[in-house]
Structures are given as C-alpha cells and as structure tokens.
Design a binder for this molecule. Sequence first.
Ligand SMILES: O=c1ccn([C@@H]2O[C@H](COP(=O)(O)OP(=O)(O)O[C@H]3O[C@H](CO)[C@@H](O)[C@H](O)[C@H]3O)[C@@H](O)[C@H]2O)c(=O)[nH]1
Ligand SMILES: [Mn+2]
Length: 748
Amino acid sequence: MTVSAGDSTTPPFHELKQLPHAVYNRLFAAVYASAVVALLRRHVTSLVVLSPSFSFSTTTFLLLAADLVLAFKWVTAQALRMRPVRRREFPANLPAAGRSEFPALDVFICTADPYKEPPVGVVNTAMSVLAYDYPPEKLSVYVSDDGGSALTLFAFLETAKFAAFWLPFCRENGVVERSPEVYFTTNISASAETKNIQMMYEEMKDKIERVVERGTISIEEYLVNDTERRIFDEWSSADFSTHHHPAVLQVLLDNKKSKDNSGNSLPNLIYVSREKSKTTHHRFKAGALNVLLRVSAVMTNAPLVLTLDCDMCSTNPRTPLHVLCYYFSPPAAGSFRSKYGFVQFPQRFRGINKHDIYAGDLHHYTMNMPFGSDGLLGPPFIGTGTFFSRRVFFGGPSESQFVAPEIPELFPDRPVNRPICDPEVLDLAHRVAGCNYEAQTNWGSKMGFRYGSMVEDLYTGFHLHCEGWRSIFCYPEQPSFLGDSPISFADVLIQQSRWSVGALELSMSKKSPLFLGIRKLGWLMGLGYCHFSFWPIWSLPITTYAFLPQLALLNGVSVFPKISDPWFLLYTFLFLGSYLQDMLEFTTVSNSTFRRWWNEQRIWTVRGLSCFLFGGFDFVLKSLGVSTKLGFSLTSKIVDEEQRQRYQKGMFEFGVSSPIFLPMAMAALINLVSFGFGLARVVKGGWWNVEGLVLQIVLSGFGVVNSVPIYEAMVVRKDPGKFPARSSVAAVVMSIVLCCVASVLFSS
Ligand SMILES: O=c1ccn([C@@H]2O[C@H](COP(=O)(O)OP(=O)(O)O[C@H]3O[C@H](CO)[C@@H](O)[C@H](O)[C@H]3O)[C@@H](O)[C@H]2O)c(=O)[nH]1
Ligand SMILES: [Mn+2]
C-alpha cells in the first residue's frame, strides 16, 4: 500500500491498494494463454494439412479468423487485469484552514438541444455544482449551449434567480443531494422552509417546461425587466438559427456582485453559445469544450477544470475535495503541475432497471477496466466527471513540451485580474468563441480537446497519455455523479454505434494505440487502449459464432470436436473459463448480481450483431469516402412515462422499425431452428449418434436462451415496445435466404 500525505507529519490524504485478485488473474492468464495458442495451432494445422472440401476450408478459415480476433481481444483485456488498484481519499484530513488555498475551479456543462435534453435537466445539473461545498469566489460554472436556444438561456436566467435561495438552503440544512429535482423526489419534509423552497422550485420548473413546450418565451409574462428582455434581442434577427448564429455570451451570476438571500456571494454562472456557421465544421462536443476552455481562460482561468454532460448531476457536494486530496499531495503539492493531468470519476447512472437489461451501467468500461488501467498509467478520459489540470491542454507535462496558445490571455497560468463583466474581457470572450477563431491554430490537434474521433473523450485521453500525462481513477463509495441512461433499445444501439465509429477512428488511425500506444505507453497500457478502441471488431467473431456453426448444424456438418476427442475439453475450457472469470469479476470484485452479469453477457452478443456491425459499416463507408458526413446523434434524455414503466418491468423497448434489429432477430431465428433440428436428431438417434454436433447443439441452445426477450417481443407482446411486425417479416425472409445459401455452400 502506498500512503501519501501533505507531509510526513499530517495524516494521509489518499491511499492506493493493489487489488488481491491480480495474482489469480495473472495465473489464470498464463494457463488460458496456453489453451489459446493450442487452439490457434489446431486451426492452422487443419487448414494446411487437411483440406477435403471448399466448405471445410472456408469454415475453418472463418473460425480461425474469429478466434484470432477473440484471442486479440482477450490479450488486450488481460493487460487491464494485471495490476488493478483501488484508491481511497480522505478529504477529512485536508486542513480545514486551507480553504483560502483552494484552487479556482471552472465547471463546463455541455448541452446541445432543448428538445432532446430538456433544459430542466440541465438546470438541475448546473444547480448541483453551483451548490458545491466550495468557496463561491473560486467557483465558476460555464454552460455551453450548442443548440443556440433562447429556451435554454431562459432556463438559466431562472436558475440564477433560484440559486439565491437554493444554495443557502442546502448549506444550512446540510443537503447532500443538491439537484433540487432529485432532492424533492426523494425527501418529503413537513418543514415550512422546505415546503416553501419546493414551491419555488416547482414554479420555476413549470415556467421552464411551459416555455419549452410552447417553443417561445412570452415577453410580457416571463421577462420582468428591460435588461432581461434585451438579453433575447439576439434571437430576433431573422437569420438566427441553431446552425447559424453569432456567439452569445451572458454572465448570469457574477461572484463579485451576486449575493444569495443570506448575503453570501454566489458562484459565477455564464451562458455560452459559440458562434455557428453553416460553412465551418463545429466539431461537436470537443469543439464546444475548446470554446469553453478559451472563454473561461479569458474570464476566470481556473487551474482546475471539470467537464460534465448536461445530464450528469453531482450527487456529493464534497466531490472537489476528493480531487484536492491529490492536488495537495507531493510532489505536486498545491500546484497540480506534476505529471497527473486528470482525475476521472466513474460514470454511473440513475433509473437503471433492477437487472439492468441493456447493461446500461457500462460496468466493464466505467468500473472494472479503469481500476485496471489505474494500476498502469491511469484511466482513460470518459467525457464526463473529469477534473483536469488546465495545463494538460497545452502540451506534455515537461516545460519543453509546453505548447503556447496563440494569444497571451489563454496561457494556463495567467493570473486573472479583471472582473468578468469588464467590456474588454467580454469582447475577447466573444472573439475566442467565434467559429473561425481556430483556423490555423493548434486547437484540436496539439491543444485542447482533440478532433478526429466521434469519441472525443477516449481520443483526447489517449493523446494526453501519449504526451506523458498520467491520470487517477477516483471512486468514492458514495456516487459522485449520476447521469441518465437511454431506456429505448434503439437509442442504446444508436448511441453505441456512434461510439463504435469513434473507437474505430482511433484504432484505425495513423496514431493507433496498437502502434503509437504500445510504443509510447508500454505494452500493458498500449494494449489496454486497444481494448477500448478495438471495441467494435468484436462483431466479427460474434457474427461468425451466431450463424456459422448453426448453419453447419442444419446441414449436418460438424465444425467442433467430438465429445470423445480430447480437443472437446479444450473448447469447453476456453468457453467456460472466460465466462466464469468474467462472472466472478462482475459479482465479487464489482459486487454486482448474477442476473445483471447474465444480462450483460447477452448484451455483449447483441452488440456484436447490431451497433458494432453498423458502426463498423459506417466507418468503412466513411473511410472509402462513400458517406462523408456522420452527424453526432445526440442521445435523447426525454423519458416517455409508458416506456419507462415497461423498462422498469424489464421489457426490451424495440418499438421502432430499424435495420439495426435485423441481424439479432435473424440470429435468434436461426439458432432456434438449428437447436430444434439438433434436438430432433438427438431424440431420433441419441447423443452418441450426433457426438460430432454436440457442441453446435449446445451453442445453438445458448443462442436460444439469450434470445428469449427477442422471441417474446416478436410473438407474445402486444404493447408498443414489441418487435415491429415489418422487421419480424424481414428477419424471417432473410433467415430463409441465408439458410438456402448455406445449404448450397455446404454441399459444395
Ligand atoms: O454537438 C454536440 C454534441 C453533443 N454535445 C454534448 O455532449 C454530451 C454528450 O452527448 P450525449 O448525446 O449524451 O452522448 P453520450 O453518448 O451519451 O455521451 C457519452 O459519450 C460521449 C462520447 O461520444 C462522451 O463525450 C460523453 O461524455 C459520454 O457520456 C451532451 O452533454 C451533449 O449536450 C455538445 O455539446 N455538442
Ligand atoms: Mn449521454
């Protein structure tokens, strides 16, 4: 265990423990690796030595390719299993008197569409950070509105007013849940004060929701004075649209002037909608974050920066103190100028159903694997819940790597000595929020958040690690942030198709983790990044194993060893070994349930047949120049009540007819038919008669068990979330075609 403290006489600020299961992971990896090598050797020999027919060599070749991919994925996963660690912080040990030493903190919240991301939700996220247990004169919250929406700005005008009541209320009553929405739905109090503030909140919420529903702000009704009205003048110009408008910047709270209702200062709250033009690529979220980096540099230039998605409410007001436990530790004590570039909190979600049918908590990626990478060079950046040192955005950690920004006002260590409402400051802030500002600069390539991938988080984090930065995974028992997870299955798959495209943009780039990563970060960390960035190639083995053995079975062709063959044991070991290890890791190390694990393994196969496949296609089309424009399909944060109820009952929400459901439905059908066919043969002739097909029958059975929710949705369910009839028919037709083609091929 390593213990660090402010100095040797003070109690520790944090500790780091290696997780004990690392030893078993290593031993198991050694044994499993031998089995993998044996399997690959077997494939190669049978390909070279015996080649009785075209269909035999094709099948063997496809299985070899699938197993090679699986072996590669396995190796990359092991890299993250070699040295998992767990940290703990002790914020109580930070000297109480040190608050005046706290670094300033700039919080960035991104939103992009008031209809997909309801402003009330964004307001709650902002409120939960405005109410941080942090000196208000050091705290600034910047809201980036890529929707360029007056509705969002209106919601924030209201936020500024309500904050004056909400912040002192939280402070005086020791409120932990500082998003008012969450607080009022989980706490029912009879006190007059609470009732009063709840009424204020409900009024504000009503007002915002009515304005959003109507799509316009009624000037007479809602805007109380001329200053407020003037704010919205910008929107009155005829050519103001989401994709084409000047930069809009509005200081809604200024900590030098704004006071709450008990006379204390309020933090800064600044609305930023960067300039948009139809002719300039706006680079999605990374572009928005870079604008915030510059605008905040001009206005407050805090050395610490926190990035949040609009739905990621903070659930612990002392979260920044966990970060300070590292900030104040040697060798960097009080400067953050060490090699540690960012502190990543896990992304956790609220409202996930009991058994997590979509594996929406992204367990593997947001929990297990970050512990593994934390023992190496640190967790990847996952987009939200990340505290950065501002310095990381300007080149590697050593002085010689520093990349100077184009104007002195953006230097990361420049002290700020002008008020944020100073006209010159505001002028410059508008300028750096302009859509052509980045032309011929290093923004997006050597500075700031990096452009080049739809998963700007993984991509940026990778480049930061390659420059020499390290990161820290901070996982307090009590969740620090909770976000929304989509509840419609189509939304989940579309979101993950976008991630798949982004991951491939990284893994297939010239600076792929496979080459640059391993060279710069060493084998383990480099392979660890491969694990994340080669995510979608999983669809190759999954598609193969979901169809090939089953189609072979239907044609009576054996592709796996017989029961009496010793290789049978090897196959069984490889399958059960990795499944059991994953299950144990999930249920013990991460303390989750068997049912959740079971659902997660199902989603793994489903992803292979949907988002990974479609994301892969999109990527290929884009690389070939066939489709040039891939938009950022924003994940909807709207919750339909009926849908939510079905989701809470554990029902998959198909509903819309989408090609993304087709391959999984075809796999479900073909596995069912081949399983039935296999069983019929067993009934007729007994197990020994089909001993060459046993593994294929078992595999089809496994496919069938995993497809139960699909059969239900196709045949049994009548609710609007059922499998769309059109897609069912398409799946049946295509399955029949596939079976016919297979029977021709297998007879060749
Ligand atoms: O042009 C854009 C597009 C998106 N966003 C914001 O980016 C965030 C993430 O968008 P969302 O639709 O919620 O995407 P998710 O796939 O749910 O987000 C995950 O994946 C992203 C990478 O694709 C990461 O950036 C996120 O942090 C991570 O939560 C939201 O706050 C959006 O408002 C923008 O500001 N501008
Ligand atoms: Mn999201």
